[in-house]
Design a protein. Structure first.
Length: 72
């Protein structure tokens, strides 16, 4: 799970660096809306939700639907 989180973070950092976009959500005063930044944010959100869904599905499949805290 940690490896998946690191992978998403590395992808996010590389994409932001390539596009020259700041990573924080707050735009500095005077910054113009960027369609590329918006597209990058949408893609980041999509991959985050995608990863969370498949991670939860994998954990549920491996634990038989039991919460991880109940497994010895």
């Amino acid at each position: 799970m940690h490896a998946g989180q690191q992978s998403i973070k590395q992808f996010d950092d590389a994409l932001a660096a390539t596009m020259g976009v700041r990573r924080n959500n707050a735009a500095p005063s005077g910054q113009v809306f960027s369609p590329l930044a918006f597209a990058m944010d949408m893609q980041r959100e999509y991959f985050t939700q995608f990863w969370r869904f498949w991670n939860a599905a994998f954990i549920a499949a491996m634990t038989g639907g039991l919460p991880l805290s109940s497994i010895p």
